[in-house]
Design a binder for this molecule. Sequence first.
Ligand SMILES: Cc1cc2nc3c(=O)[nH]c(=O)nc-3n(C[C@H](O)[C@H](O)[C@H](O)COP(=O)(O)OP(=O)(O)OC[C@H]3O[C@@H](n4cnc5c(N)ncnc54)[C@H](O)[C@@H]3O)c2cc1C
Length: 587
Amino acid sequence: MPSYTAPLDDMLFLFEKLRDNKNYNELEKYNEVNLDLAKDILEEAAKINQNLLLPLALAGDENPAKLENGVVRTPPGYKEAYNKYIEDGWISLSCDPKYGGQGMPKTISAFFDEMLSSTSLSFKLYSELTIGAYNCLLHHASDETKDKYLPKMVEGKWSGTMCLTEPVCGTDLGMLKTKAEEQADGTFKISGQKIFITSGDHDLTENIIHLVIARATDSPKGTKGISLFLVPKFIVNEDGSTGTRNGVSTGSVEHKMGIKGSATCVLNFDEATGYLIGTKNRGLNQMFTMMNLERILVGIQGLGISEIAYQNSLAYAKERKQGKTNNTKSTNGADFIIEHADIRKSLLNMKSIIEGERALCFWLSQQTEVSLNHPNEKVKKEASDYVSLMTPVVKSLFTDLAMEITSDAMQIHGGYGFTKDQGIEQLYRDNRITPIYEGTNSVQAADLVSRKLLNKNGNIIGKFLEMIKEETNSKNEKVKIFTKQLNYYLDILSKFTDWIIDKNKIDKDDVSSAANDYLKTLGYVSLAYSWIKILEVSFKDLDSNKKFYIDKINTAQFYFEKILPRAEYHYKSAISGSSNIMKFNFN
Ligand SMILES: Cc1cc2nc3c(=O)[nH]c(=O)nc-3n(C[C@H](O)[C@H](O)[C@H](O)COP(=O)(O)OP(=O)(O)OC[C@H]3O[C@@H](n4cnc5c(N)ncnc54)[C@H](O)[C@@H]3O)c2cc1C
């Protein structure tokens, strides 16, 4: 089983040194969330992750969730751990105190999400979708519905799901077939089949609140005829108690290559009672509230899995001896493999990506809070634009890079990485879903280039690039060396953006074939932006914590010289266009 120590030093460094952001500082809501409080929470979070949740990863892999006599059973240990987890209030960390939550900002809860993703992604998913459904209801449901459902969800006694996918539609939800028939009392009868539903059924909670998209019988075809319904597993009585079983049943639980502890279900809806949420035919937009937050969380899943893969690779490289190196310290005829330049490079690849991602994520958490809570509409809108621009980047880049990192982790472990001994292959298998669910990474890239660069507020990417230039315009001569390199890649990104915007008007295949490359270029530049902010602090505060800051400076140097050039490769490959692709005859 892999070992794990929560990276508290890095998390607290970000919280202490990179939190100072004008718009974020103006949120009165979080005035009292200071470093001491963050430290207390994260230290406790580390304990529950390291001690209680980490063993669940192996338990779930060896004893997958299963359907037994109509009941979905979670792996051994899940129920006890879940009860402790909700009893201690972890599920409600970022939820509104009005419904029983603890009201912590995403700048803290995102670190907790990272820890959970490192220790047991399968276990995490049971509560992750609950919080997703909570957020969707918080934004779109009536007060009466919120009062009825949210407290139990925040308490963790009821869980939530997101029911979109059907046998004929995954990416293209406009094709969905699940229908909703309005009844005289204003409720709807929901009929159809949903597949691949995470936590669709399980034995952890008393009730499950499904958020289902369906088409009302009088609604138009396509995405414009989709509405959102709340469909509980057990009907909730007027007094809030759970009543009769609704018409939802579990057809099967999927057998998967990874996240085996998570129950991925086929759900059959047979005239199940559903309640319309928000406005009829606006269901997909409403569901996007849940999907957008989930996409960022999936990016954090990639980050968390990368972190545990890195920690175990580093430890293994320090204990495994093979071969001799030039800088030999060899005893018994061989060096520790960490002495080999190639292994060191793999480790630094991981470290420089992970720490850059964590910093970018911290910034994105701040922007998300500003976009939700700032009193000034203009500021709120600008933050919301940044969040919408960065959501597909974080989802796709972090999860793709987690594939690279977990694969390299196996490589560092040699044959022991491929066998089950060290638990490293499980990280690779568990991560493999993250580039697929919540909209595949290619679809994220398409969304970025076709909808996120420009919108009715204007040139979002232009504003983002301006913001990076302003914030990285350092007075420190040592930082300036890095800024100069960043500016070179900012120019490339600007040229790439112009190319995409031009091609969007004339050649969709050029855009489609370049979308993934564009997302990567933007992503690598955004990580460099985060690194510059880390460098600014590192040079300034060097003497206060020399080892920590020198490591940061060296890691940043590695990032700028070894990773950031990938941004240019993606640009050059993309602008060769699509004729070299589309003319090929596959027959
Ligand atoms: C373990 C697991 C858990 C899941 N959990 C949930 C859940 O809780 N709720 C839920 O509703 N769904 C869930 N899903 C479904 C998941 O979100 C979908 O599998 C995913 O969105 C892809 O849809 P699809 O499988 O139908 O693939 P398709 O849409 O058929 O895509 C197939 C391929 O075509 C590409 N493609 C499709 N359209 C385009 C396009 N326009 N441009 C370029 N490329 C395109 C895709 O990128 C992909 O590579 C889950 C799936 C799994 C496996």
